[in-house]
Design a protein around this ligand. Structure first.
Ligand SMILES: *Cc1c(COP(=O)(O)O)cnc(C)c1O
Length: 430
């Protein structure tokens, strides 16, 4: 396979032109030299194309796509989505601050998460979020209390746990009985009755989110059926349910996965909604990974090639603190050279970072023709990459760049060491 015919998973905005890897109209290696490494680079066109797949399928229908902020919460990323008409799915007060700072509209925000604090509820109520996705009966009581105290009404959806297996990694599966998420299906009706009776609440909808990196439509359709059964039971009990929030979770291609397109998924879900006589309802989605995952790469410099008896290592300057997915979920992520070369042989190696943990690897058993000083790109790194980055080993977090056509903007500066401990204090001497 020569570089120019090599197909890369995911984004059509990432491709080789001759030996050079390009993101939109810029060579990734040039960006690495200009901004330094490790460096996250995102394609704006790729993000907008992913969003428009949802929007096309939802055209003509009362709907809202709420980008799940936790997938990539950079302000400029949020700004791009806000300008494209997106709402947002948040899981903390911190994310609400980000959405507002990026120009997002609180009236298009849904607030998810099992552990909302009183202070977070107050913040969201004062900002005027569209809806709280409530995950337990205790949360319902507290939210009513907080809202009443402010003289406001909180619009709520109950996140129900449909007990379907999304067929994904256990850490990112959320719709099974043993998960900490959502209200058990058999408790849902009673909880809706309680919600309708509480003074500070107004029932707005129903919500479910069954997991992440889902590559098949079947679990979605199963969950939808369970949700619609509940809606019918809840309305029969006299509590109107206006919107259906079907969550996020659509997978992307990291290697050979073949998830349905967003259009296919949405079309199938809408067809089922219509067939069951619920076509009048507003429909919400909360995609994260599928909007940004394939839009980004993590660029890293090869520091050393270290041959070993059992394994060869390609030591790069990005590590598990920059990109946790391989260490955390044993996730496979493609790794390619930013400039292909045929003057060095490919070595079979593990691609690892400098962090002092054996779990610090980005890729195992790869064949890479690279030399020290070359740049490599970790593919499909736009989601749950930078947003999960840490400062472990007192490593400053990477810089981030957004590309549109032949323009590149620095959207987050590289952290420097002094910033990392600026909030820490020495104790008095003696
Ligand atoms: C994480 C999350 C999402 C987004 O999931 P993706 O797999 O990134 O699409 C949506 N809704 C909720 C409640 C979440 O926790």
């Amino acid at each position: 396979m020569t570089a120019s015919t090599m197909t890369l998973p995911g984004s059509p905005h990432l491709a080789y032109r001759g030996p050079q890897l390009f993101i939109e109209d810029l060579a990734v290696a040039d960006l690495a030299r200009r901004f330094g490494t490790p460096l996250y680079v995102y394609s704006k066109a790729s993000m907008l194309a992913a969003l428009s797949a949802y929007q096309r399928a939802l055209k003509g229908r009362d709907h809202l796509v709420c980008y799940a902020v936790k997938a990539n919460s950079n302000l400029a990323v949020l700004q791009v989505f806000a300008q494209a008409g997106c709402g947002f799915d948040i899981v903390s007060s911190g994310e609400l601050h980000r959405v507002l700072a990026a120009g997002g509209d609180a009236a298009k925000v849904v607030f998810s998460g099992i552990g909302k604090t009183r202070a977070e509820m107050r913040h969201a109520l004062e900002a005027g979020v569209m809806c709280f996705n409530v995950e337990s009966e205790a949360e319902l009581e507290l939210l009513s209390d907080v809202a009443s105290g402010l003289g406001r009404t909180a619009r709520v959806s109950l996140r129900v746990n449909p007990d379907v297996d999304a067929g994904t990694h256990p850490y990112i599966s959320t719709g099974l009985k043993g998960n900490k998420f959502g209200i058990a299906h058999e408790r849902a009706l009673a909880t809706y009755r309680r919600a309708a009776a509480l003074p500070g609440l107004e029932v707005a909808g129903i919500d479910c989110h069954i997991g992440s990196q889902i590559t098949d439509t079947t679990p979605y359709l199963d969950a939808l059926d369970r949700v619609l059964d509940l809606v019918e039971a809840v309305e029969a009990a006299g509590v109107p349910v206006h919107h259906l929030d079907l969550g996020g979770g659509l997978g992307i291609t990291y290697t050979d996965e073949t998830p349905p397109s967003a259009e296919t998924l949405v079309q199938q879900l809408l067809a089922r909604i219509d067939a069951r006589g619920h076509g009048h309802r507003k429909v919400l989605f909360e995609p994260g990974r599928s909007l940004v995952g394939n839009a980004g790469v993590l660029v890293s410099e090869v520091l050393y090639l270290k041959p070993g008896e059992q394994k060869n290592f390609c030591i790069v300057d990005a590590a598990m603190n920059d990109l946790a997915r391989p260490a955390m979920y044993e996730a496979f992520m493609g790794i390619v050279p930013c400039v292909t070369r045929d003057d060095v042989p490919a070595t079979h190696c593990d691609v690892v970072g400098p962090v002092c943990e054996s779990g610090d690897w980005l890729g195992r058993d790869r064949d890479l023709a690279v030399a020290s000083g070359d740049f490599v790109a970790v593919l499909s790194a736009g989601a749950y990459g930078m947003s999960m980055a840490s400062n472990y080993n007192t490593r400053g977090r990477a810089a981030e760049v957004l590309v549109s056509g032949s323009q590149a903007w620095l959207i987050r500066e590289r952290e420097n060491p002094a910033e990392l401990f600026a909030a820490e204090r020495l104790i008095p001497q003696g």
